[in-house]
Design a protein around this ligand. Structure first.
Ligand code: G6P
Length: 599
C-alpha cells in the first residue's frame, strides 16, 4: 500500500526512482510523484494515475540531481489527484516527504499548524508532516524529524529530504521500510523488490527507528536518539523472478508457477515419512489455536482449521485479523496464534500478532516475504518460499499457505506421537504433478470463460474443505474482473442465495468425489430446477454431472485434504481468462493494493 523509494548517491536519481516506482506499482497506483534536489532547490513532479503517465511528462527529463524521493499512492486521505499526490513539501519548499500510513491525530495537528500560519494545500494527512518538520528545522533534518514525530500519532513509513542537505532521512512506525546499502550510494524503499536491481544488502527498519543515509554512510537510531547497531541481511530473490517471463500478466505466470512453488515449500520438510519444521514452542502446552489473516490468506486459514481439527483434534478459531484485535480475544500462554500473510506486512495481521503477544500467547507466522514485519514479530514460523508474488490477486501464495497449514497439522500430529498417514504424504509429493495436469487444461477453461465473460453475477458453491475454495474462487473473480461473485456453503444456498438463481446466473460448483459428492449433486439439482447455468469442477465425469452441468472442468482426484489446492487452480484460471477477455488491468485491479499496511 503506497510504494516508496529514496536514493542518495552519485548517479542521476530520476531514472532510478522511476524504475523503483514501476517495481513498486503493485502497492498502489492512484497517483505518483518524484522530488529531486537540484542546486539546493527541490523539484517536485507529480501526476494523477499510473506511473506510465508520470513517466511521459517532459519536465521529468529536465531534472538532474542525485538525491531524490518518490512515491506511488494508494489513497487513504483525500481523493487521488495531483495535489494530494506525494511528495509533499513545506511552504518554503525546502523539505519534501513521502509517507505510507495514516496519521491519526491529523485534524489536531492540522489545526495547530494552521493557527500558527502554515498553509496546508492538500487534503492528505501526510502533508502536515512536512510542515511539522519545517517548524522544528534548524539545520539538521534528522533532529527536526525526531522532534516532529514526537507529536505524531498513527502509522508511518516516512522518507524525507531537505534542499540543502545531501542526505535522506527515513523513519518507521507500523509501515515497512528497508534500507539498501550500495557502493557509494544508499537506497530506501517500502519493500525489497525495488532494491534488488541495485543491491542485495539490506537493513530492515523496525518500529520507532530512524535512519539517515548519505552516499557513503548510514546511521540508525531509535526515535529518541539512541544509536543502534543492526544486522545487514542478504536478499535471496533474484531479478528474473520479478519479470513476466513471456507471460501476458504476472498473475498468469504465478498461476503457472504453482508446481514449482509447491515443490519449494515441501523441500526438506517432508522426509522419511515425517514432517520437519523448526518451530519454537512446546506444543504439549497448547490448548487452542487461533489462525489470523486477511483476504485470500484468511481463506487458507479456513482450510487450515479443517486440517488441524481433523488431524490434531485441537480447537481452532479463524479470525479476520482486523476483527480479532478489537474483540478482546480470550488468549493465554496455552494459546497458539498463527499469522498467515503473503507479504508479512498486512497491518491488521501484524497488529493481531502484537495483541496475541501482549496476552502471552505463543505466536508463529506463515509468511512468504523473508524478513518482513510479521516474521520479525513472531517467535518462529514457516516460510512459503513461493518467490515474489507481484499480481495483486494472490494465487501461488494461497496454495502454498494451504500446504504450509497441512505441514503444520502433520508436524503437530507428530509432536502428539500420532502416526502420519502415508497417503497424505504421497499426495503432497505428487501435488506438483496434479497441478501440472490442471494447468494443461487451461485452454478448455479459457473457452468456458469466453462463454460466460459477459455475465454480471456468479455464485460459487462448495462444501466442507471446499467451501473456502468456493470463497476464494469468488474473490478471484471479483478482484480482477469486477464481476459480482459470492461464495457460499452449497447447502446453505437454499437459505437465501437461491432467490437469486435464474437462467442468467452461472453457479460454479466445486464438486470433488468425496463424502460430500452426493449432497452437492442434490444442491446442483436445486439450481438446475431454477434454470441456473452450472459450471462444475469435478474429478470424473458421470452421466448425472453431464446432465446437470453446462460446463465441466475435470481435475485429478487427490487425497481429500489436498483437494482445495487442486480445485483452486481452475478457479484462478477461470477468473484470469474472464478478466482478460474483458480487458481488465489484471495485475493492478482498480482500488486494490498488494499489501495493505494501514489498519
Ligand atoms: C490485500 C491483497 C490480497 C491479500 C490480502 C492479505 O487485500 O489485495 O490479495 O490476500 O491483502 O495480504 P497478505 O499479504 O497479508 O496475505
Amino acid at each position: 500500500m503506497c510504494g516508496i523509494i529514496g536514493y542518495v548517491g552519485e548517479k542521476e536519481a530520476v531514472p532510478i526512482l522511476i524504475k523503483g516506482l514501476e517495481t513498486l506499482e503493485y502497492r498502489g497506483y492512484d497517483s505518483a510523484g518524484v522530488c529531486v534536489s537540484v542546486s539546493e532547490e527541490l523539484n517536485v513532479i507529480k501526476k494523477k494515475g499510473k506511473i506510465a503517465e508520470l513517466k511521459q511528462l517532459p519536465e521529468l527529463s529536465q531534472i538532474n540531481g542525485n538525491v531524490g524521493i518518490a512515491h506511488t499512492r494508494w489513497a487513504t486521505h483525500g481523493e487521488p489527484n495531483e495535489i494530494n499526490a506525494h511528495p509533499h513539501t513545506d511552504s518554503k519548499k525546502e523539505i519534501a516527504i513521502v509517507h505510507n500510513g495514516i496519521i491519526e491525530n491529523y485534524y489536531t495537528l492540522k489545526k495547530l499548524l494552521e493557527d500558527e500560519g502554515y498553509n496546508i494545500v492538500s487534503e492528505t494527512d501526510s502533508e502536515i508532516i512536512a510542515h511539522l518538520i519545517s517548524k522544528f528545522y534548524s539545520g539538521n533534518l534528522e533532529e527536526a524529524t525526531m522532534k516532529a514525530l514526537h507529536f505524531v500519532e498513527g502509522a508511518f513509513g516516512l522518507v524525507i529530504m531537505h534542499s540543502r542537505e545531501r542526505k535522506i532521512v527515513a523513519a518507521r512506525k507500523g509501515s515497512p521500510l528497508v534500507i539498501g546499502i550500495g557502493n557509494g550510494e544508499m537506497f530506501v524503499a517500502s519493500d525489497i523488490t525495488a532494491l534488488m536491481e541495485h543491491t542485495k544488502r539490506v537493513i530492515y527498519l523496525n518500529d520507532d527507528e530512524i535512519a539517515t543515509l548519505t552516499p557513503n554512510n548510514y546511521s540508525i537510531k531509535t526515535l529518541d536518539g539512541k544509536e543502534i547497531d543492526k544486522n545487514i541481511d542478504e536478499i535471496k530473490w533474484t531479478v528474473d523472478q520479478m519479470e513476466k517471463g513471456g507471460f501476458k500478466h504476472f498473475m498468469l505466470k504465478e498461476i503457472f508457477e504453482q508446481p514449482e512453488s509447491i515443490r519449494n515449500i515441501l523441500r526438506g520438510r517432508v522426509k522419511d515419512n515425517s514432517v520437519n519444521l523448526t518451530l519454537d514452542f512446546d506444543f504439549k502446552e497448547i490448548e487452542k489455536i487461533v489462525l489470523v489473516a486477511c483476504g485470500t490468506s484468511w481463506h487458507s486459514a479456513l482450510i487450515g482449521k479443517h486440517f488441524i481439527e481433523k488431524l490434531v483434534r485441537i480447537p481452532v478459531e479463524v479470525d479476520y485479523a482486523s476483527e480479532f484485535r478489537y474483540r478482546d480475544p480470550l488468549l493465554d500462554e496455552k494459546s497458539l496464534v498463527v499469522a498467515i500473510s503473503q507479504s508479512g506486512e498486512t497491518a491488521d495481521t501484524l497488529a493481531a500478532i502484537k495483541e496475541a503477544k501482549k496476552k502471552k500467547a505463543k505466536t508463529i507466522g506463515i509468511v512468504n516475504v523473508v524478513g518482513s514485519s510479521i516474521t520479525r514479530e513472531v517467535s518462529s514460523g514457516i516460510y512459503l518460499h513461493a518467490g515474489p508474488e507481484i499480481g495483486v490477486a494472490s494465487t501461488k501464495a494461497f496454495t502454498s499457505q494451504v500446504v504450509a497449514l497441512l505441514l503444520l497439522s502433520l508436524y503437530l500430529r507428530k509432536e502428539k506421537n500420532l502416526s502420519i498417514d502415508k497417503e497424505i504424504l504421497d499426495g503432497l509429493e505428487s501435488l506438483p504433478e496434479m497441478i501440472e495436469k490442471v494447468l494443461d487444461s487451461s485452454e478448455e477453461i479459457k473457452k468456458i470463460a469466453e462463454k460466460l465473460k459477459d455475465k454480471k453475477n456468479f455464485l460459487y458453491l462448495g462444501r466442507g474443505l471446499n467451501f473456502p475454495t468456493a470463497l476464494e474462487g469468488a474473490l478471484k473473480l471479483k478482484e480482477i474482473s469486477y464481476i459480482h461473485a459470492e461464495g457460499y456453503p452449497a447447502a446453505e444456498m437454499k437459505h437465501g442465495p437461491i432467490a437469486l438463481i435464474d437462467d442468467d446466473m452461472p453457479v460454479v460448483f466445486v464438486c470433488p468425489k468425496d463424502d460430500t459428492y452426493k449432497k452437492i449433486m442434490s444442491n446442483m439439482e436445486e439450481v438446475k430446477a431454477r434454470k441456473g447455468n452450472i459450471v462444475a469442477v469435478i474429478n470424473e465425469k458421470d452421466d448425472k454431472i453431464s446432465e446437470l452441468a453446462e460446463h465441466v472442468i475435470e481435475v485429478p482426484k487427490t487425497s481429500e485434504l489436498l483437494s482445495p489446492i487442486v480445485n483452486s487452480i481452475p478457479l484462478q484460471l477461470f477468473a484470469y481468462y474472464i478478466a482478460d477477455f474483458k480487458g481488465c488491468d489484471i495485475d493492478k485491479p482498480r482500488n486494490l493494493a498488494k499489501s495493505v499496511t494501514v489498519e
